[in-house]
Each structure stands twice: as structure tokens, then as C-alpha cells.
Write a protein that binds this ligand. Structure first.
Ligand SMILES: Cc1cc2nc3c(=O)[nH]c(=O)nc-3n(C[C@H](O)[C@H](O)[C@H](O)COP(=O)(O)O)c2cc1C
Length: 429
């Protein structure tokens, strides 16, 4: 009834970058299609780096117009950890390209095994086909991202962010020092009286994206091993720093796919926080405040690492002097928080994310991710409430007693006082 043509864009990305004819085949197919289904695993709260690279290629080749008015939907598999940010991202891209975004479907990685979930997927597909036929229109979710034409020129060099003990590393994908990002990095560096190391992701030999082979699950050994420089870089430079500054330019609705490659390849650390206790700051060129989804990804990433997000310095609304101040303050904050070893408490992003990992690593993913299991056990991550025996006992007693109306009346009267009683005791002591 319908013809489905599948293009695997991720594992052929190098060919697609080089071979215009192969790329054209995809474009021709897009042009003649009635609907486009994006399909991808969720990798680090987004799509994999190579998948993102394909989206960049569409923009670089200026062929977004081929997607205009096409009905589209997005299908992912994941363990539901920040699948919504991946969905927001693709939805945003589709809105940017004036596509007709019918909806997204976030399947758990093993949903296909369940008859109920297969039925749900078929229903989603049937609705998608029906809406293509009816030419349904949808309101957009995302406003276009508007860049300001602004050249940042730093004023006086900074000073005053002093630390003798802390190791600071800036990682960037800035290719050119004569860009806002390049100049922001230079200004940031000048806040310190000593030389700060800057590593450019383009100078690091990275042979390819994460293969998703999970061979690292056993003992954190990546299949790439010493075939490229990534693992050594991450182990000896990134993990060794106390203060990390990620510097990048917004590319579509994220950073560049090179940055995404950096995050994806760190998966050999499994679901363990490889940057625990570090101070992290972002220097971003581009309209970050217009992309709250990206900000949420960055916040969730840092919380997931059990690190401390010191802040963002962007070039989006300041005048040059304002940006100088932002960079100076970021430098000082990074040092100040590092000196006091401050890690702010996690929000829902970190707490909720860890509960998903905790359950899956204890349960269905324990076997391939043996190393995570061992680490989680060692660091007390398996804090299931079933283990809280006192609480369980209290609950049982109180629930039994509360069957009596007279007891419930007394509880209702004293509820607030009793709730704050243990906290009051701490304050009184
Ligand atoms: C590098 C990498 C990053 C991942 N990041 C996430 C993530 O952020 N959220 C999530 O729910 N699952 C994540 N996963 C799990 C995959 O999304 C999930 O296993 C998916 O079903 C894999 O699909 P595939 O078998 O088609 O590759 C990640 C897996 C890998 C290998």
C-alpha cells in the first residue's frame, strides 16, 4: 500500500560528505516522498553525532527547501533518559525547515517485544499516513533562531582569577581565532596569570562515532582503544582537570557535530559520572537563550556528571564590554567554586536521570554494563526505598492506624507541625 525507502545516514556519513552523487540520491528521494520519518537511537540526549552531521550537511548544501511542507515524524528508541530533548531538537529542525511535524514516538529499546507497544506503533504509523493523505496542518512549536550580527572585540585583558592548585582545561571546536568564539576564549584565558591549556577538538584524531557496540560495558574499554587519540585525550586531559570549560558555536539547535562526537565517544565510561566533582563552564557563541532545549541538555549533562555548572558566557546580547565582564566573572566563579569544592544540589534533571540509570543498571542492563553495576554498588547508588526498613515499618503502622477516623482527625490537626518537627530540631541544636 505504501512504499518505504530507508536510508542509513549515520554509518555512511563519510561517504555522504564526500560523494555528491550518493547524497543526491537521498535528496531526490526526499523530493519525491510524501512523508519523511526520522528514525534514530537517542545518544546523549540528542541524535548521534553522524546523524546530526547529516542535518548540518543539508544546511551547508543549502537544500533545506526540499523538506518544505513535507509531512514528517520522529521515531526513537532509548531508555527514556532525556529522549524528550532529542525529540525537541528534531522537532525544532523540522520547524526551521517548514516541515509538517505530525508527532514523535519514543519507544523504549525493548518495546518491540511487547504486543501492546507494537500495536501502539502501528497506530502511530496509521495516523501518520492518514494525516499525509488529509494534508493536515500543525502549529509550529519553535520560533526560528535569530542570530545577531555582532562582532565581539575584547577590551582590556582580564586579571585576578588566581589559583595555583587547580588544573584548568578549555576544550573547543573553534577553528579560527578571529571569530567571536576565538576572541572570547582569548579574553577568558587572559583572566588568569598563567597559561591555560586549550585543546581543539579538530586537532584530536577521532576515527569515528560511537558504534553503540557496548563492548565497553564490561570494563570501560572502548573498541577504538588506541586506534585514535580520543580515549587518551579523555583519560589524561579531561579527567585530570579540576576546571573544564567547553567552548563552542551554536550550529542549528545544538553545538557542532564535532562536539557531539566528543560527547558520544565518552560513552566508554558507561553510565558512571566520569567528571564527578569538577567545575564546568560554557563559553558559547550564538543565541543560546533562544534554545532552552540546548541549555537543558547542558544542565542535565553537568548534573548527570555530578559536576558543578558554574555558568555560561555567551556573545548573544552583551556589548563587548558586557561580554568581557561575563568572561571575567565566569573565570573567577570557576576558581572560587573549585577552591570551595562546591557542587550545587541536583535538580530533577540529575535526580530523575540517575533513578533511570539506577533501575536499569541494577536490572535489565546489568549484564552488558557490568562495570557500571560494580561502580554503582561500590558508591551506594542502589538506594532503593525498599531498603529503608524503618520507613517501611512506620508506613505500615501509620497506614493501619489511619483506618480509624479518630486517628486521621488527630493526624490532620498535627500534620504541618509534625512535618517540620525533625527539621526544627536540627535548627534548634
Ligand atoms: C553513545 C550512547 C549514548 C546513549 N545515550 C542515551 C541517552 O541519552 N538516553 C537514553 O535514553 N538512551 C541512550 N542510549 C541508549 C540507546 O538510545 C538505546 O540503547 C537505543 O535503543 C539504541 O538503539 P540502536 O540499537 O538502534 O543503536 C545511548 C546509547 C549509546 C551507545
Amino acid at each position: 500500500q505504501h512504499e518505504l525507502i530507508i536510508f542509513n545516514i549515520s554509518n555512511r556519513i563519510k561517504k555522504l560528505e564526500k560523494d555528491a552523487q550518493v547524497f543526491q540520491e537521498i535528496l531526490d528521494s526526499i523530493q519525491s516522498s510524501d512523508g519523511i520519518l526520522w528514525a534514530s537511537p537517542v545518544y546523549y540526549m540528542l541524535v548521534p553525532a553522524n546523524y546530526k552531521r547529516f542535518i548540518e550537511l543539508i544546511s551547508e548544501k543549502d537544500v533545506e527547501h526540499l523538506f518544505k511542507n513535507k509531512h514528517t515524524a520522529f521515531l526513537t528508541t532509548s531508555i527514556h533518559s532525556f529522549d524528550h530533548t532529542a525529540h525537541n531538537y528534531i522537532h525544532g529542525i523540522c520547524d526551521d525547515w517548514d516541515m509538517r511535524f505530525a508527532g514523535s514516538f519514543s519507544a523504549d529499546m525493548y518495546d518491540l517485544l511487547k504486543a501492546e507497544e507494537r500495536k501502539r506503533l502501528c497506530c502511530f504509523a496509521a495516523n501518520f499516513f492518514e494525516e499525509i493523505k488529509k494534508n493536515t496542518l500543525y502549529s509550529k512549536n519553535y520560533m526560528p533562531v535569530i542570530w545577531r550580527d555582532f562582532k565581539y572585540v575584547s577590551g582590556e585583558s582580564g586579571s585576578g582569577a588566581e589559583t595555583e592548585k587547580k588544573k584548568i582545561l578549555i576544550v573547543t571546536d573553534a577553528n579560527d581565532r578571529q571569530t567571536n568564539l576565538g576572541r572570547m576564549i582569548e579574553r577568558f584565558k587572559s583572566s588568569f596569570s598563567f597559561e591555560i591549556e586549550v585543546v581543539n577538538l579538530w586537532d584530536i584524531d577521532i576515527k569515528g562515532g560511537c558504534l553503540g557496540c557496548i563492548q565497553c560495558g564490561y570494563d570501560n574499554q572502548c573498541v577504538y582503544k588506541d586506534k585514535d587519540y580520543y580515549i587518551e585525550f579523555y583519560n589524561t586531559k579531561v579527567k585530570a582537570a579540576d576546571i573544564l570549560v567547553w567552548a563552542g558555536t551554536i550550529t542549528d539547535r545544538y553545538l557542532s557535530s564535532r562536539w557531539k562526537l566528543f560527547f558520544d565517544r565518552s560513552f566508554y565510561n558507561g553510565h558512571q559520572p566520569s567528571l564527578k566533582g569538577k567545575q564546568i563552564g560554557f563559553i558559547i557563541s550564538g543565541p543560546l537563550s533562544q534554545i532552552p532545549n540546548l541549555r537543558q541538555i547542558m544542565e542535565a549533562y553537568v548534573e548527570g556528571q555530578q559536576a558543578n555548572l558554574c555558568g555560561f558566557a555567551t556573545d548573544e546580547y552583551g556589548d563587548s564590554q558586557g561580554i568581557d565582564n561575563l568572561l571575567q566573572n565566569l573565570a573567577e566563579r570557576l576558581v572560587q567554586f573549585a577552591d570551595s569544592s562546591y557542587i550545587k544540589p541536583p535538580t530533577f534533571l540529575g535526580v530523575g536521570g540517575l533513578k533511570i540509570f539506577r533501575d536499569d543498571i541494577w536490572g535489565r542492563l546489568r549484564f552488558p554494563f557490568r562495570s557500571d553495576y560494580v561502580a554503582y554498588k561500590k558508591y551506594g547508588v542502589f538506594d532503593f526505598p525498599q531498603k529503608e526498613h524503618t520507613t517501611r515499618m512506620q508506613n505500615a503502622i501509620m497506614l493501619l492506624l489511619s483506618k480509624a477516623p479518630i486517628f486521621r482527625r488527630e493526624v490532620n490537626k498535627r500534620m504541618k507541625d509534625e512535618m517540620i518537627k525533625p527539621l526544627q530540631k536540627v535548627l534548634d541544636d
